[in-house]
Design a protein around this ligand. Structure first.
Ligand code: SF4
Length: 385
């Protein structure tokens, strides 16, 4: 569980399994919600109330986000990694993965390709490789990209306080760090070696970034590692904690679900689409103001549906291979490899943790959003400086 929580895993589990339909109805009827409401709404007792939860979530979503959907793109600048995460094809044990770190020129080429789609918000992603992705290098990347995008965020190895101050100055405003699992024993099992084995260092990433000035502190766990209801309870506790400690920042959520692939990692805990929807609806009701991203790991139909009720942010046309937007094509390689799903042949460029389910080009994603009566937002704020 989230370690600053005063309840044990057993107490939280017992509470969730003891929730009654009356408790769910009471939580749905409240104007302001707390952590116990979240537990009520993610409980098995709330599952039959999903229709009512959809209505409540949609009202909450409309109040803060209207009929808009924000769009961003991830830009993978490198996939070398010194960690050994058991669920990830980027881990150092995976010799079959094609490794690459883009040069600054290649990063610019990729960014220009993203920009041509109209997308104005970029998430810079890299594996954990302290010799390559130093703070100085990431800052240089930030200074290169900042003039091209109105919103720049990072999903890279956790950094120290002074590192975050330098990165914030270079132009990054947001950060995403998945805790993967809040269960410390399971965390040790899934991260046997490398810097990521340090649970506390990762847990306090958002806190360090927030104190350095970052205004967006994204949180998530990896769906499929531990029992999802307990992980969701920890995620909510983590968010409440950050909202208090870093009250000037926003705390957005993501719900990345492990994709099953042939020969790949088998997630110990099942999370189906119904579970995922219940969880996202519950978070929208309890945290109506918080940004919520739906992953490209989910199927197009689910993504198009969940942005009507819960999520307000999604990526479009994502490529999870460094060079996937333009550089590989320029070199004659095919960046548009079909995703490796269960029952299909593996491709050398496939990576299990990040296998995409929604492979539609951006224009198709935009058309689907508009067909649902929603408006696309490429830019939702301006820097005063
Ligand atoms: S999950 Fe991240 S840190 Fe772990 S092996 Fe993959 S890229 Fe590296």
């Amino acid at each position: 569980m989230f370690p600053y929580l005063k309840y044990s895993e057993t107490e939280v589990g017992n509470y969730i399994s003891g929730v009654t339909p009356e408790m769910v109805v009471a939580s749905l009827g409240k104007a302001r919600h707390d952590w116990f409401d979240l537990l009520n709404l993610i409980s098995p007792a709330a599952y039959p109330f999903r229709n009512t939860m959809r209505d409540a979530a949609q009202i909450a979503r409309r109040r803060y986000y209207g009929k808009t959907v924000s769009i961003y793109a991830p830009l993978y600048i490198g996939n070398t990694c010194v960690n050994s995460c058991r669920y990830c094809d980027f881990s150092r044990q995976h010799t079959g993965t094609v490794r690459r770190n883009l040069t600054l020129d290649e990063i610019r080429t990729e960014a220009e390709a993203v920009r041509r789609t109209g997308i104005d918000s970029l998430l810079v992603v890299a594996g954990e490789d302290p010799k390559v992705n130093t703070v100085a290098h990431l800052a240089e990347v930030g200074r290169l990209l900042k003039p091209m995008f109105s919103n720049l965020s990072l999903e890279v190895a956790p950094q120290a306080d002074d590192g975050y101050r330098e990165l914030f100055t270079a132009g990054y405003e947001g950060l995403t760090c998945f805790q993967e699992t809040y269960d410390q024993a399971l965390y040790r099992e899934m991260h046997p070696a490398g810097p990521k084995a340090d649970y506390d260092w990762r847990l306090n990433t958002q806190l360090r970034a927030g104190r350095a000035g970052f205004r967006v502190l994204g949180c998530a766990f990896l769906l499929g590692l531990g029992p999802w209801r307990r992980e969701a309870a920890s995620l909510a506790a983590h968010a409440f904690y950050l909202m208090k400690e870093c009250y000037e920042a926003k705390v957005p959520f993501a719900f990345p679900r492990i994709c099953r692939v042939d020969g790949g990692f088998v997630p110990p805990c099942d999370v189906d689409e119904g579970d995922l929807e219940q969880m996202m609806l519950a978070f929208r009701i309890v945290f109506p103001q918080c940004c919520m991203t739906v992953s490209t790991r989910e199927a197009p139909a689910f993504r198009d549906r969940i942005v009507l009720t819960a999520a307000d942010n999604m990526s479009a046309g994502s490529r999870v291979t460094p060079g996937g937007y333009a550089v590989l094509e320029r070199e004659g390689a095919c960046p548009h490899a079909p995703p490796r799903r269960l029952g299909t042949a593996a491709l050398p460029s496939d990576v299990a943790q990040f296998t995409l389910s929604d492979c539609r080009p951006p224009a198709e994603v935009f058309a689907a959003i508009r067909a649902n009566g929603q408006e696309i937002v490429f830019k939702n704020w301006d820097n005063r400086i």
